[in-house]
Design a protein around this ligand. Sequence first.
Ligand code: ADP
Length: 625
Amino acid sequence: MLPETEHTDLYGGFYQANAALMQLFGHTDGIAAVVRGANGVCVWMSPLFSRLFKGHDALELPMRQAWPQLGEGTFRNIEAAYHSGRTTRLYELPVHDPDHKDRSSRSTKFYDLYFSPLLDRDGAITGVTISGFDVTDRVLIRSHTIEQQLLFKDITDAAGTALWTVDQRGNMTFVNHTWVQWTGHPYEDHMGRGWIEYVMPEDRDRVISTFIRELTVKNTFQLDFRVVRADGGVQWVAATGKPRYLSSGEFAGYVGSCMDITERKSYERSLQESERRFRDIADSAPVLIWMTGANKRITFLNKNWTSFASVPHLLADNGYLQSDLMHPLDHDMVLNTYEEAFENRQEFYMEYRMRHSDGDYRWIGMKGIPRFTDDNVFEGYIGSGMDITEMKEHEQVKNDFIGMASHELKTPITSIKAYVQLLLTIYAKREHDEFLMRSLSTVNKQINKLTRLITDLLDVSKMESGRLSLNSEVFTLHDLIKETVDEVQHTSSQHDIIYSGLPPTISIYADRDRIAQVVTNFLTNAIKYSPESDRVDVDVEISEREVTVIVRDYGIGIDTTEQAKIFDRFYRVEGRNEQTFSGFGIGLYVVAEIVKRHNGRVWVLSEKNKGAAFHFTLPISTDQA
Ligand code: ADP
């Protein structure tokens, strides 16, 4: 490697040291070379230097020719050392290893290079020594650290949450971009205690005192406060701080976050607002308003409730309404209705008596509606009740009057009817008194109508006061229907009542007269409301448990919206068609009550102008089954 021809005085000592140098540099990853003169003519290279810079042919060549890949910066440093007599340095020069084969390691290495003037015995500068050390590891660690920091920055910036650190004295040492963006002030403004400026003045004292207090005891803390935003708006944040310790165990301050909770706060506020509004409305309403949870416990009672009875009286310890407030006669019905509604998540309405704080019982009309969340989860009930005591009293007066009046009417009517019947039998034998006969039979028909009306009225008053009793017996339904059909058929010459029959074996256990009353009512209505038709059909259907009687007419029909209401007391359909028919609207009410008391059902299938099919069911007698 050494040029044998260059044995001059100047380099004599150097050459002697060559073997030792070669050995030294042969075993380290350091590199070295020596150049001569202002042009930097290559005089000597360590083996690695030679390999990296392709230096085999470099000897005796000026440096720019010898090692072009060293770069102009290096050459200028060498020249500077040569001319100034001082050591110059070049840090972290990237060097490509031309013979690099190992794929797992990098082909580029980094060297710190030192250029020192080489002096002769007289102290004159004759050349420059170049020495360098592999600092690749240092460069890699640093770039890795920078990458980590960039990644950390990217992550913290990407978080919609503000992240921060403070030192052990509570001075801010880092805050991410989110916070900077919120406040609209540069990073530096927040360092130290700068961040406090951006806390809403109203919250500042509270924030500082909590922060200092927690810092002193090194506790984890949580704190809500408002931040003044860049746009002048106010932002609610929930700050969390956690003490941080170095690996040595030394307290290093806090690391924490601030979450934007503005939406949550405004939601909470609007929730409170709407709750207050609900309370105000509920309290000002002249009704009893209540709510329960899904577990049936009362969660809300309005002011009217609490003035009806004091809260300790209203609610038992477990949060249920005190059941001893109910009238003993209504107690079971109330609890059953409530339990059943809860079980089926159904709307309910009930009327019952409840003890007021003045000691008297009041009638309450109570309605309850089940509540569900948007995704249909049952949440309990909301309901309202009205004091209907006065209404009940009026009703009672009216019922008493109806009862009394119909009772009083019954006696003279019975006597008139008896006389008319007597006259009919007497004059039936005298042929020349046809006019008289017709008049008498019209009077008779009208009296029958009147009797039915009075009977119905009496029934209504009995039903209202719970005095309607049933005299049940086992009888054959077929016979009953046949008799009733025959009886009604006598009163109508226009309509044929066609009864399709029923196996005579079917017997039921019921009040025979009352069931006859139901069938009669259906039949007379069918005739009355089908003046243009001449036919009424009676059918019976039997299933395992019940029998259904159907009376079908081909008359004016009933609009679907009216069909449920016609069974209500005093309800009559209003319309041009219906006006021509006289009536009180109590027949179907009586029917419905009778059927209900027999555990049956009653309904109508109809369409306007297409006739109607009235149905009622009765359970089949268990004896029969
Ligand atoms: P009323 O016949 O005395 O008015 P009801 O209680 O018997 O009272 O009937 C209530 C209402 O139902 C009647 O006013 C009538 O509008 C309607 N309605 C009852 N039966 C029929 C029917 N067969 N066809 C059409 N409408 C009927």
